[in-house]
Design a protein around this ligand. Structure first.
Ligand SMILES: [Fe+2]
Length: 128
């Protein structure tokens, strides 16, 4: 289910067991509310000065277990990089609210081990 309007985006998401989204940013504020079950969220701090294209040095800030009733907040530019994974055997249901429409928005994927970044833009909303 997706409600889309200029300037914001509200979506209901279902993560199946094992579903995940590797480290990425959002370039907008976001609220992720867990409605059912739980999601593992790894939050990252970016340490480099963002001046070198294709390079990023990330540090894990924490690995969270966000359970039903909890809300995670994303606040760019310094706190909007995360990785999500359903590590349980059941579906996880969430409500996502973002300050911009993520479809078509150019964002970054990160490989923390290789310290690399790659631009991406989802043609449609894809969970995160
Ligand atoms: Fe995300």
């Amino acid at each position: 289910m997706l409600h889309r309007a200029p300037g914001f985006n509200i979506t209901a998401i279902v993560w199946g067991p094992g579903d995940m989204a590797k480290a990425h940013n959002h370039d907008t504020w976001g609220l992720i509310g867990v409605f059912e079950n739980e999601i593992q969220e790894t939050r990252f701090r970016r340490l480099d000065d963002r001046s070198k294209p294709g390079y990023a040095e990330l540090q894990v800030k924490g690995v969270l277990k966000n359970r039903a009733g909890m809300v995670s907040c994303l606040t760019p530019p310094d706190d909007d990089i995360h990785e999500m994974e359903n590590v349980t055997d059941w579906d996880t249901v969430e409500i996502h609210v973002y300050g911009r429409d993520l479809a078509g928005l150019q964002r970054l994927h990160f490989d923390p081990a290789k310290k690399t970044t790659a631009f991406f833009a989802s043609p449609k909303y894809d969970n995160c």
